[in-house]
Ligand binder design. Structure first.
Ligand code: FAD
Length: 324
C-alpha cells in the first residue's frame, strides 16, 4: 500500500513540527503556540536528565524533579489551542517541496495520543538532545544522576563540605577539581590506572587535590555517597563523584538532513538557531553557535534557545508569507 500523502490531510499539515519534548522543545512549542502557529511537538520520552532526581541552577526551579518540570510545561501547552503534543518518535524527516515530511512511529507509552503516521511541516525545530556514554567503570551507571554527576554547576553545591571524587585522566579533571575547591572539603582524582599528564598532576598537587592512580575496581552506593574500591590499596569513601561522559546526537536527523556540524558533535546554528539548511532550526543541547566550544548543556539555556529558534522559525514563515 502506498504511504499516505499527508498534504491531503488537513489534520496532518503543520506550520512547525518541533521534534523533542525536553526543555528546548517544550519552550519552542510554547513560543509557537503563543503566536497561534499550528504546531506539533513529538516526544519519544528519552530525556538527557532522566537519571537525575532533581535539577538545579534554574531560578524559580532550583531542586525541581525534571519530570515535574516537564509535566508543568505540558499543562501550560495544553492551554494553547494550536499546539498538539504527541508522545511518539519522529522516524524520518525529509525535505518535501517548500517544507518537510515527517514520519512518526508508534506511540511508545501506554495511553499516549495517536495521530497520522506522516505529517507535513513548513518548518522544523529540532530539539532532540544528546545521548551520554559513561566511562566503563563497574558500578558507575546505577549511581549516575544521584551520587555521580557531570556538571559541578548543576550538582556541586549538594556536596558541600564532603569528600568529592573526580573520575578520569584527561586535562579536564583539573578544571573539575578546581571548580569544586570552595565546595568540597576534600577532592580526590581517580585516575583509574592511567598516567595523568605531568602538567595536570603538578597543577593538582599544587592545589592540594589528592590523586589515586590505581584502576578503579568498583563503585558502590553507601550510606553517605559511594565507596570506591581499587585494584589495590584502601577503599575511599566519597560523598559524590564527577565524571566526564562522551556525548553524541540522540537522533539521526542532523546527519540525514546534512546539517553543518561542529567539532563538539553538535549542529552549528547562528544566534537565532538557524541551521545550514533553510527551514530547519535547532535548539538545546544538540546545537550551539561556532563561538562556543560545546553546548551549554543546562535546562535554562536549552529552554532559552528553544524560544529563540521558535521565534526565528515564526519569523521565517512570516517572511515567506509576506515577501518584500
Ligand atoms: C544526569 C544529568 C543531570 C543533569 N542535571 C542538570 C541540572 O541539574 N540542571 C541543568 O540545568 N541541567 C542539567 N542537566 C543537563 C540538562 O539535562 C540538559 O541540558 C537539557 O535536558 C537539554 O535539554 P534538551 O531539550 O536539549 O534535550 P533533552 O532534555 O535531552 O530532550 C530531548 C528530547 O528529544 C526527544 N527526542 C529525541 N529523539 C527523538 C525523536 N526521534 N522523535 C521524537 N522525540 C525525540 C527526547 O525524547 C526528549 O524529549 C543534566 C544532565 C544530566 C545527564
Amino acid at each position: 500500500m502506498p504511504a499516505p500523502d499527508p498534504s491531503n490531510d488537513p489534520d496532518a499539515a503543520y506550520d512547525v513540527v518541533v521534534v523533542g519534548g525536553g526543555p528546548a522543545g517544550l519552550q519552542a512549542a510554547l513560543t509557537l503556540g503563543r503566536m497561534h502557529r499550528r504546531t506539533l511537538l513529538l516526544d519519544s520520552g528519552e530525556y538527557r536528565n532522566a537519571p537525575a532526581e532533581h535539577m538545579h541552577n534554574f531560578v524559580t526551579r532550583d531542586g525541581t524533579p525534571p519530570a515535574e518540570f516537564r509535566a508543568a510545561a505540558r499543562v501550560e501547552l495544553a492551554g494553547y489551542a494550536t499546539v498538539t503534543v504527541r508522545e511518539a518518535a519522529a522516524t524520518a524527516v525529509v525535505p518535501d517541496g517548500a517544507g518537510f515530511r515527517v514520519e512518526v512511529g508508534a506511540a511508545p507509552y501506554a495511553g499516549s495520543a495517536g495521530g497520522p503516521p506522516a505529517l507535513t511541516a513548513r518548518a522544523l525545530v529540532l530539539a532532540t538532545g544528546m545521548r551520554d556514554t559513561l566511562p566503563a567503570v563497574p558500578g558507575l551507571e546505577p549511581l549516575f544522576g544521584t551520587v555521580a554527576a557531570v556538571c559541578p554547576y548543576c550538582h556541586g553545591h549538594e556536596l558541600s563540605g564532603k569528600h568529592v571524587a573526580v573520575l578520569g585522566n584527561g586535562p579536564h579533571v583539573a578544571r573539575v577539581a578546581f571548580l569544586l575547591e570552595r565546595i568540597a572539603s576534600r577532592r580526590t582524582v581517580l585516575a583509574d590506572g592511567a598516567d595523568l599528564e605531568p602538567g595536570v598532576r603538578a597543577q593538582l598537587d599544587a592545589a592540594g587535590v589528592a590523586v589515586r592512580p590505581e584502576p578503579v575496581k568498583e563503585l558502590r552506593r553507601s550510606a553517605t555517597g559511594a565507596t570506591v574500591s581499587f585494584a589495590e590499596g584502601p577503599d575511599e569513601e566519597v560523598g559524590g563523584i564527577f565524571v566526564a561522559a562522551e556525548f553524541a546526537q540522540r537522533a539521526p536527523f542532523a546527519e540525514r538532513l546534512g546539517l553543518r556540524m561542529l567539532a563538539s558533535g553538535a549542529v552549528e546554528v547562528d544566534a537565532m538557531g538557524r541551521t545550514s539548511v533553510p527551514g530547519v532550526f535547532a535548539a538545546g543541547d544538540m546545537a550551539h553557535t561556532a563561538a562556543l566550544p560545546m553546548p551549554m548543556a543546562s535546562v535554562l539555556t536549552a529552554a532559552a534557545s528553544g524560544l529563540v529558534a521558535a521565534a526565528a522559525a515564526d519569523g521565517d514563515l512570516l517572511a515567506r508569507d509576506h515577501p518584500a
